[in-house]
Design a protein around this ligand. Structure first.
Ligand code: TRP
Length: 338
């Protein structure tokens, strides 16, 4: 029997970049232009606000991706084939993951990878409870720093013939949009190496959810809704800094801003200072001019051509893309050549 080798996703961010919330805030607010990493949105209140965003009329991505998975999971699973090890980047308790697992033929395992150990535990245990034959191996990691997973144990299924092993990375939710194109290429290249690891009997693939370029007004509304939920979500970052890093941001001196930039094809999300002010947090002070922005997130949008080109450049030679009739969102299966 083959030795139980680890499969490794190479890091795209060097280890030295690892910083605490305080260090990231000091560094980001001392930079020119100012910026804050989007991963800090998701404290308890931020996560609850994001859940509300996903239900807004204006925010089409979540429901559109879900509808695509409902409609096409059987076709996606057929293209993936039997015996897949599913590695999900981001937490995986969601309906989308279940839709995929429900349709796959004899999946050999499910590996949710998440930065939040708490998310991960609940995701892994709810899937394990509902899929008794499935080996679930949670990995607590920031996937941009790389991680290794053990080879799945040989199947204990009654059938004496195991399906050929292959690995599929599931990366839903348009999270790829938070990466610049250069970083997205690095990540997809790392994933291509990961799913093409030696020892697999069949080439693997990447199942990717991505948001599509569309008219600017619709994009801007999705990131600046009428009820102000997205504004509250964005500004909650300042509330979090006040609470956790002894900050003194005055919330009424800042406003949410969402801008579509057609050149780089991305939404740019900012917190703008509405007046000249001096703010303290994490033991430092930061001067803001009236109208000065803090960049908090990029959300890149793709076309069918641009996502295919990106996947091809990363080494995925075959692509199959499913979209809704209005072409709002895409789910693509990108596979290595046989
Ligand atoms: N990454 C998600 C997206 O691009 C999250 C998100 C939705 C978001 N609305 C936001 C991030 C507003 C910052 C601000 O769709």
């Amino acid at each position: 029997m083959m030795p139980s080798m680890a499969r490794e996703l190479p890091a795209i961010a060097p280890q030295s970049e690892e910083r605490s919330f305080a260090e990231d805030v000091v560094l980001g607010l001392s930079s020119e232009p100012k910026k804050l990493p989007c991963k800090y949105f998701y404290d308890a209140r931020g996560s609850a606000l994001f859940d509300r965003i996903t239900e807004l009329d204006e925010y089409y991505p979540t429901r559109t991706e879900l509808a695509l998975m409902r409609a096409h999971a059987p076709a996606i699973a057929a293209k993936i084939g039997a015996g897949a090890l599913v590695v999900e980047l981001g937490s995986g308790s969601s309906v989308k993951t279940r839709l995929l697992l429900d349709e796959l033929e004899l999946p050999t395992g499910y590996v949710p990878v998440d930065i939040s150990a708490e998310h991960l535990r609940s995701a892994a245990s709810s899937i394990a409870a509902d899929y008794p034959g499935l080996e679930v191996t949670p990995v607590a990691a920031d996937f941009t720093r790389g991680f290794a997973i053990p080879k799945p144990r040989p199947s204990t299924r009654p059938s004496n013939k195991q399906p050929p092993a292959r690995c599929v990375v599931y990366f839903p939710g348009s999270t790829i949009g938070n990466f610049t194109r250069a970083r997205a290429l690095e990540l997809l290249s790392a994933i291509a190496a990961f799913v093409g690891a030696d020892g697999d009997e069949r080439p693997g693939g990447l199942l990717l959810g991505f948001d599509l370029v569309k008219p600017a007004d619709m994009l801007v509304r999705a990131y600046d809704d009428a009820q102000g939920v997205t504004s509250a979500f964005n500004l909650n970052l300042l509330t979090r800094i006040n609470r956790e890093l002894d900050g003194d941001f005055e919330l009424d001196g800042f406003e949410h801003r969402a801008v579509w930039e057609p050149g780089p094809a991305r939404m740019e999300i900012f917190i703008r200072s509405t007046r000249d002010q001096l703010v303290h947090a994490a033991g430092h002070s930061y001067r803001f001019a009236a109208g000065e922005d803090i960049l908090t997130e990029y959300s890149h949008k793709y076309t069918l051509d641009s996502i295919r080109a990106l996947a091809r450049e990363a080494g995925f030679e075959r692509s199959t893309i499913w979209t809704d009739p209005d072409e709002l969102f895409g789910v693509g299966l990108f596979q290595l050549a046989d």
